[in-house]
Design a protein around this ligand. Sequence first.
Ligand code: BTN
Length: 220
Amino acid sequence: MVRETGSTQDVARGRAAGDVVVAWRQTSGRGRDGRTWADTGLGGVAITAVAVVQGAWIALAAGVAAAEAIERVAPSVTVGLKWPNDLMIAGRKIGGVLIERDGEASLIGIGINVSQPSFDGELATRATSLAIAGARVDRLVLLEALLPRLDHWLAAGESATIGAFRQRDMLRGRVVRLRAAGSIVEGVVDSIDPLVALRIRTPAGLVAVEASTARIESFT
Ligand code: BTN
């Protein structure tokens, strides 16, 4: 546990497999695609686990693990996964996963909003926390639930993880706008094969968008 750090990802770099860095307060958290992860207070869980497992599926494993941990400590909420690994409650983001490489190891960063009473600016309508969702949970209790679930899914492997992801896939049947290789595709999500392709039903027919190039811009 570090009292305060910019990013747990940086503290974890160079550490041994099996180590987990937990920040009491994280001041410059990183998100996917160069975004920031905004929780500079004491309201959330911010961890990085070091594992010698690689592959795009581990981001899904972290998302599934975090969703299960949240539901374990807050049984009144249901957590969906917005491909690839945003944790969602009632259409708003409660957590996210960032995977970075460190030699043979992966740095599995997980951030979850726990006790924030509200969010400012553009996050006001897009982010949520367990407190906003009506669940009062101690973030250390959530952390305690999270680590065994992460161990479980990293050991379970790719195919079991994909099955668990599919059960929580909240984009299926939703209207999305996504960017892929410089073009925009809009339509209803027909199915998601999370590591391969997203199939989108558009007015022009079914379009398969390669997962590695797709970025969801919005959904309704
Ligand atoms: C995202 O949704 O874009 C990913 C957010 C990941 C945030 C976590 S918090 C712990 C770890 N340290 C970081 O700097 N980022 C991840």
